[in-house]
Write a protein that binds this ligand. Sequence first.
Ligand code: 5GP
Length: 191
Amino acid sequence: METTPRLFVISGPSGAGKGTIVARIRELMPNLALTVSATTRKPRDGEVDGESYYFLSDKAFSEKVVQDAFLEWAHVHGHCYGTLKSEVERHINTGRSVIFEIDPQGAFNVKAIYPDAVLIFIMPPSLQVLKERLEHRGSEDEQSLALRLHNAAQEMQLAPRYSFTIVNDNLDKAVAKLQSIIQMCETRERN
Ligand code: 5GP
């Protein structure tokens, strides 16, 4: 069956499992391209510059804003995050579907530029589970953890504005649901 490459924007609160789900779906569907965002936050253990993010200083990020280098950018959890136009252009003409893993501000901005983009929200089973996952992950200090939990409740209220919501109470099922959404959108007429 003929398929059409699409743009898929994936959002969800910190700790909802977006990164794990996206990593798994890329193993299952290696033709999917993922945009690497730029950020001013510091790398976590194991994060690689140019793979996890382009890690920029505040000054370097501001310069790129002035140069109009970003398709979209936003303040998220006290840092700047943005999708470079060059990153999108790098993929968009290759005939592959592209995944953006970005916050709701970025998602709605991408949708305004590319109305065909498919917005998918990854929902944690509950705020309590989210808190436990973030604590278990151990990637955040106390202040950042509190901020991320505070922002999670607000982000979750935006889920109805997304085309699809996936509740991540079971990783395998969440990945399977994402795969079926991607396959369905790639094979049907755009709307
Ligand atoms: P983290 O610091 O946990 O890697 O990401 C924090 C938040 O920033 C997540 O909600 C993530 O989706 C969002 N984010 C990552 N890259 C971008 C981006 O390029 N643009 C926007 N608007 N948000 C992003």
